[in-house]
Design a protein around this ligand. Structure first.
Ligand code: ATP
Ligand code: MG
Length: 825
């Protein structure tokens, strides 16, 4: 209903008076979190589809109730005697309307308190009001209260809760109803739980097939353990999240996704999977959605699968190692009484093996064990203090330090979007906390707060604050510990100056002056804005299936990972750069929304003027994982720096190549092309000359006159073979020459074994047909053994080695003349 929020408050602006919807719902974090229920209750999913109808002054409470009753009892014909409803105790109007519906006796209209029947959006301000819920009697006594299945919730938006928490009346009562499709299906199809309905049928079939293909034992029972249900449920959740642009990470919604994936993988491990399997289920997910309601699941499937697979590879590697660490704990005798996992183990699982804490808790609970979460948090704290943790936001040390702040209602105003608020502004301390027992590292909440906290891959602001006594403190980190919370972590500029007065001035109510590092912020903002443009450009140039797979924004560069099956070629890189530079030059204002260009929702800081991201330059493009590419780019000053360095290189090349002074002005280009032509021509000529040289007769003068080869024979034990010893021109550098020459010699005179020598090199070449029993490598070895030499080796017909000295030709020849069989073993 979030998209309709403003219509409830002001029905006049609604473009329609009534609406119906089917919407994707995720309940795996925040106020609505059913993650722990999945697999264990018959009715909860992390992802489900909600059918809704809405009225913004189009009809009243009574009409909404009438329509709901008619739909359930007449359209889909549920027996009236298996339905009952709840209303808010103080909502007499709804009670009376229900009383007037046919077939619902008064004892089936149950009055409840606000805990159950007053609907709010979450914490904070927003429309709200009483609700009435419709329940189905599953007639399953063993379920206790859960015998009654809630299928439909009708909310009457009557109030608006303002910032101060007071209820204001809305001008007209609006209607907002929600009914779970999967629950309705279980009722209509008369199933004991949602997972037995046709919604999930293709998924379980698929899972069973994948298990069979993996050679695993399998039974068709889906209720034997929670694991199959967890896998198919989480597959839906992760795939829809990724399709909507969420990527696994360690913060925010990215962490919700990562937790879902890891829980599913652990369930897979419980079933017996040892290899990645999730993406094999994807075709079956598509089958279960085959009515085409969610086309993006189809056309983004490559990207979705790539992201899941990547996560799988990361976690599968450590999952079994982590489980192996945990398993012995359950058998440890000294823990049998407490049945509590030691905090060190839970922390190690989290820190080293990537087990989300809730996963460890889940595994513990399956055995009737617990985890001391507070102790785990302490360990995390300790590590953070040692400066090793990379963990920033999320459920971190910081968050735990500031937990009470949220309860105390500490919500500072972020003023950092306004440039004039960035430096030299007064601010008041709302709350302060030391991060350890020594007061030298403090966390503050200040009002107003111009410092931007970590979010969406954008690095937080840094800067400084000056306390009331004039002492200066460095702002080293900024973070969002809870929704609408903002905290800065500060350290004294110089440690010895820390006085009691400092400590006093850090208390609630004291003033300080704030200074954001504006240069850094501007660099970050420019790269952040550019990231949005890059995302838009990639979709435009490479296609809509591109999805963000990660990003990092720093003051001097940006990094953007995205799903794409092949490298981005040079032409595309140019197109991307050109397009972004063109947009930047148009200087659209205001910027945060980038009209028509990139509409992602974003809370980060952006440039006020897009021209600040000119020029945009891609520095590198490459692969990070299968199906995922990474682009690094720089904008503005940082990109200019790159161009300056490039220009220096061009200048250097111009000088080296003497490219100046050409008439067209494009000297380097012309010069390089000319050089390329020259090189091509030279290598053609060289090739011809080399050929001639290879074929020329041996002609190096030696002590024997111009004759530089000797015919002799060598004794190889059983046989004596004729050899020819050649001394080659040692000045030729090209290795090709020697092997070509060796091949030619053995072709010209196959009856002899040829030994070629230049400098300290020796090659033995022989014709295999003539000497089928000889191996050039072995001949080489026996010659080297005789005249002294190192190792050598090669193929049967060509081998190469090195002699110890260069005068060996003479020695070889002398040996052959002194002895009728000159070279012997
Ligand atoms: P429950 O108490 O059973 O968890 P709820 O009070 O949280 O339900 P609402 O917030 O009123 O449910 O949501 C409206 C409707 O959406 C419910 O009547 C139900 O049909 C459906 N629904 C709610 N949560 C889930 C879930 N986790 N999985 C499937 N359907 C759900
Ligand atoms: Mg619920």
């Amino acid at each position: 209903m979030v998209q309709f929020k403003d219509y409830f408050r002001n029905p006049a602006i609604a473009p329609f008076k009534q609406a119906t919807s089917i919407q994707k719902c995720m309940r795996a974090g925040g106020k609505h979190n059913d993650l722990d229920n999945v697999g264990y209750t018959p009715r909860h999913h992390t992802f489900f589809e909600m059918l809704g109808n809405f009225s913004f002054g189009g009809h009243s409470k009574s009409r909404a109730i009438q329509m709901a009753w008619r739909f359930l009892t007449e359209v889909i014909q549920l027996p009236k005697d298996r339905l009952r409803v709840t209303v808010l105790a103080s909502d007499q109007e709804s009670y009376d309307i229900w009383k007037n519906q046919e077939g619902i006796p008064e004892e089936k209209i149950i009055r409840c308190d606000t805990k159950d029947n007053f609907w709010t959006m979450g914490e904070g301000s927003g429309p709200c009001g009483p609700c009435t819920e419709i329940f189905w009697d599953t007639q399953n006594d063993s379920l206790g209260e859960d015998r009654w299945l809630e299928i439909w919730n009708l909310v009457f938006m009557q109030h608006y809760r303002n910032e101060q928490g007071q209820l204001e009346n809305l001008p007209i009562v609006c209607v907002d109803t929600g009914m779970g499709l999967e629950r309705l299906a279980s009722v209509v199809q008369n199933k004991v739980n949602n997972f037995e309905t046709d919604v999930f049928e293709p998924l379980f079939k698929g899972l069973h097939q994948v298990m069979i293909d993996a050679g695993m034992e399998y039974s068709p029972d889906i209720n034997a353990s929670p694991h199959k249900k967890i896998i198919v449920d989480h597959l839906r959740a992760m795939s829809f999240l990724i399709a909507d642009g969420v990527i696994p990470s360690n913060v925010g919604r990215g962490y919700v996704l990562r937790r879902i994936i890891r829980r599913a993988l652990r369930s897979g491990n419980q079933l017996g999977f040892t290899e990645p399997f999730m993406t094999k289920l994807y075709p079956h997910l598509l089958e279960s959605l085959s009515d085409g309601s969610y086309p993006e699941m189809n056309f983004r499937q490559d990207s979705i699968k790539a992201i899941i697979h990547q996560e799988e590879e990361i976690f599968m590697g450590t999952l079994s190692k982590g489980l192996a660490l945990l398993e012995p704990v359950f058998k440890q005798k000294d823990l049998m009484d407490s049945k509590q996992i030691p905090a060190e183990v839970a922390f190690k699982l989290y820190d080293t093996f990537g087990f989300p804490l809730d996963l460890t808790v889940l595994i513990a609970e399956e055995r009737g064990w617990t985890v001391d979460l507070a102790a785990v948090e302490k360990l995390r704290q300790k590590q953070q203090e040692q400066g090793r943790a990379s963990w920033k936001a999320g459920s971190s040390l910081m968050q735990s330090k500031t937990l009470e702040w949220k309860e105390q209602g500490i919500f500072p105003t972020f003023t950092g979007y306004q440039r004039e608020m960035l430096t030299g502004q007064p601010s008041t301390i709302l709350a302060s906390q030391s991060t350890n027992d020594v007061t030298e590292d403090m966390i503050l909440s200040i009002e107003p707060c111009p410092f931007y906290g970590l979010g969406g891959g954008q690095s937080p602001d840094t800067g400084s604050v000056t306390l009331a006594n004039g002492s200066e403190w460095r702002v080293v980190d900024v973070f969002t510990p809870y929704e609408r919370g903002l905290a800065i972590r500060i350290q004294p500029m110089s440690e010895d100056s820390l006085t009691e007065q400092d400590v006093l001035c850090l208390h609630k109510g004291f003033q300080l002056m704030t200074f954001v590092d504006v240069k850094r912020r501007e660099g970050v903002a420019a790269h952040h804005s550019a990231t949005h443009l890059l995302n838009a450009a990639l979709r435009r140039i490479l296609g809509k299936s591109i999805m963000q797979a990660g990003s990092l924004v720093e003051p001097e560069r940006l990094r953007f990972d995205f799903t794409h099956g092949k490298p981005v070629d040079q032409i595309q890189i140019r197109e991307i750069e050109d397009w972004i530079n063109a947009v930047a030059l148009q200087s659209v204002q205001p910027v945060v929304k980038f009209p028509k260009v990139s509409m992602e929702l974003c809370g980060g800081t952006h440039v006020e003027d897009l021209s600040k991201i000119y020029p945009f330059k891609i520095l590198s493009e490459g692969s990070v994982a299968a199906g995922t590419r990474r682009i690094e780019a720089a904008v503005g000053k940082a990109a200019s720096q790159f161009f300056i360095e490039q220009d220096r290189m061009v200048t250097r090349l111009n000088q080296d190549l003497k490219a100046y002074g050409t008439s067209t002005g494009n000297g380097l280009d012309l010069k390089v092309n000319k050089l390329k032509d020259q090189v091509a021509e030279l290598s053609r000529q060289y090739g011809r000359l080399l050929d001639k040289l290879v074929k020329a007769p041996d002609s190096i003068p030696t002590k024997q006159g111009t004759l530089n080869f000797v015919s002799a024979s060598i004794d190889l034990g059983a046989t004596t073979v004729p050899v020819k010893i050649h001394e080659l021109d040692a000045d030729i550098q090209d290795q090709d020459y020697y092997s070509k020459r060796a091949n030619l010699l053995k072709e010209q005179e196959p009856e002899a074994v040829h030994i070629l020598i230049w400098k300290e090199n020796m090659v033995v070449a022989l014709d295999q047909k003539h000497f089928p029993k000889l191996h050039a490598g072995k001949v080489l070895k026996s010659v080297l053994d005789h005249i002294g030499g190192g190792k050598g080796g090669g193929q049967p017909q060509l081998a190469r080695g090195r002699m110890t000295d260069q005068g060996s030709f003479e020695r070889l020849v002398q040996l052959s003349q002194a002895d009728e069989q000159p070279v012997t073993r």
